[in-house]
Each structure stands twice: as structure tokens, then as C-alpha cells.
Design a protein around this ligand. Sequence first.
Ligand code: IPE
Ligand code: IPE
Ligand code: MG
Length: 247
Amino acid sequence: MSEPASSVVPHHVAIVMDGNGRWATRRFLPRIAGHKQGLDSLTRCIKACLARGIGVLTVFAFSSENWNRPPEEVSGLMELLALSLAREVPSLKANGVQLHFIGDRQRLSVKVQAGLTQAELSTAGNQRLVFNVCFNYGGRWDIAQAAQKLAGRGETITELSLDRAMALAHVPDPDLLIRTGGELRISNFLLWQAAYSELHFSDRLWPDFDEAALDEAIAVFRTRERRFGQTSAQLSGQPAPSTPKAA
Ligand code: IPE
Ligand code: IPE
Ligand code: MG
């Protein structure tokens, strides 16, 4: 850790993009209008991550529990996923973004499933930004599917083997986890991977989360001391006050 803390950009940023519904309701619009605006906010956020040299962006787009919403909202979100594939993938591809969809795909339409695979294949060679979209995702689902995978192969379950079987095994754990929309909870996102993520809760609704809000989250991240169980003194390379001096 030779870099001064003040210049560090988090390598992996994860975001619970919450508040689309409230954004729309406050404008007397249908909730789906908020989700559409949320997609525009996501496009802006990806550009901002590219400009800031962030290596991995992981976003929560649809949770395992979001199926419990009114059917018209669920179908609107499925349509938005299909629309975003057609509308956004070409520019993601051109901008060096490597796309991954994380979650249980079996409940999605065959056409959308094919679209997700195609989008992943067409961006697989890109290296500038790894972009993970968690869709029909839950942290509990991920832990369970990883355990099932290991059991199926007859492998021993250890922290390392489970970690490697998780849906996000291709990226390191998030450094910074942001939740917009003012709620102070994790809502089944990255239960395993967020063990040592720095948490940042923003009152901004997701459609209003702009570059300045991202910069504020990064600035707060820079002030944090990540100790991973160690003491402050250990991190700065100094002996702890109680450490006896060597003879
Ligand atoms: C987050 O926004 C997007 C999804 C969960 C799909 P919400 O739709 O939860 O917005 P609020 O929390 O109701 O404002
Ligand atoms: C979390 O938001 C899921 C996504 C942002 C996709 P929710 O709005 O579903 O979370 P709860 O229900 O308020 O906990
Ligand atoms: Mg919400």
C-alpha cells in the first residue's frame, strides 16, 4: 500500500440502485418511468466509472424478491432489460466494457436469455471496465448455487472453494458498496462478497445519482481506514503502543 490514501480510486464499486419508484411517484408518473430514468442514470454512471479508472462496476438491477411486485411492474422491468440490451450493448462494446449478467436466468424468457449470452460473448474481449448486472439475483441464491455446484462435484466446502464457485468469482470483492434511495439495508445483495466492503448510503434517488454524487462517495471512501481486522498501527507499519520493544 504505497499509494497515499487520498488518491485511491476504489477498484470495484457495487451499487444498489434504489429509488426509481419514488422518483416517478413524486412526479405523478408511473413507476416504470422511474425505471427508465434509472437506466439513463446507469448509462451516465458507467461513463463516469470509465472516466475515473474504476475497474469493476456491479449493479443490483432486479432482486430475487422483486418478482413479488405488481405484475405490470415486473413485466415492464423485463421489457426494459430487453430494450437495454438492444440500446446499450453496442456503445458498451465500443467503450471497452466487459458485460456479465449475474443471477438465475431460468425464469427469464428464452429470447432474453439468448440476448444476455450474446451480449456477454460480444464484449468478452474488453478490458477497460468489467460491468456486472445482477438480475434475478440474491446473495442467498448465490451462496446456495455455489454450495450445490460443489456438492454436485463432490468437492469439500471451504471458504476458498465456495468463493470460487460464486457467480462473481471473476472479480475481486467490492471495495465500495453504495446504496442510493436512503434505505439503510443490504436487501440480499452481495452477502458473501461485501464482508469487507466500505458502505456508503446516499439519500439521492437513483435517477438523481450523478457524477458529483459518485465523486462524493469516492471521497468518503478515501477517508476510510480499511483495517481487515488489523490495528491502525499495524497498517502504518508502526509497532502498536502495547507491543514490547525488541531487545
Ligand atoms: C430500485 O428502485 C429498482 C428496482 C428494485 C427494480 P425501486 O423500484 O425499488 O424504487 P423505490 O424504492 O420504490 O423508490
Ligand atoms: C433492492 O431494492 C433491489 C434493487 C435495487 C434491484 P428494493 O427496493 O427491492 O429493496 P427493499 O425491498 O426496499 O429492501
Ligand atoms: Mg426500492
